[in-house]
Design a binder for this molecule. Sequence first.
Ligand code: CTP
Ligand code: CA
Length: 228
Amino acid sequence: LARGPLGRDLAGRHVVVSAGGTREALDPVRFLGNRSSGIQGYALARTAVARGARVTLVSANVGLPDPAGATVVRVESAEQMRSAVLEAAGNADAVVMAAAVADFRPAEYRDAKIKKVAGAGPEPIHLVKNPDILAELGARPHPGQVVVGFAAETHDVLANGREKLARKGADLLVVNQVGEDLTFGRPDNAAVVLAAEGDPVEVPRGPKEDLADVVWDLVVARLKPISG
Ligand code: CTP
Ligand code: CA
């Protein structure tokens, strides 16, 4: 596989990248969240800018500097991320969902801080399902758009990845093994990229920028020629 950055092979393209991890509010001071650092998504945004793309980065709770040249849209929750991603995706050539989107959110948001009640145990937290943004894009509202997902798996990495790629309707699924500090918050990553059409591509452990460039190589190979 030819590896980027190979010049401005995303020039004239609009790409959307989601990054970070959503927070699902319980009350004004508490949320359910996850450990996504946003490093991989920000690397995807930076490398896409370097390759000439117009980049919309939908960023959930990331403490990293804005990538120069990208339009950054800040969101907190999965529902906010859905609105921002779907809006930006309307005219996008590719969407890469690198964010860790919470599968569930608290069924009810309490306007006032939840307090302990003397003598009573904790109230259970009821959850409801969040929308699946990647699956919505995988249902192809925008024909020709290249749709990329990420999956973090702790076991049966390839089998789970294959099933997820098919279930989401994505063109590409970047699968990494997580657990024991293999991915979260680290600058490097190892992964296998599964394709709906084409062979899997193994990406050896290296900087998250290198994985990002492999993803863009595979995206570029799937883009329709620019008409005009
Ligand atoms: N994703 C999404 N919306 C959700 C959940 C996940 O868009 N509500 C996207 C993620 O951004 C990622 C991909 O789907 O690109 C896979 O996420 P993952 O959590 O691995 O998939 P799930 O279908 O939620 O499966 P699991 O039960 O393993 O968490
Ligand atoms: Ca999930």
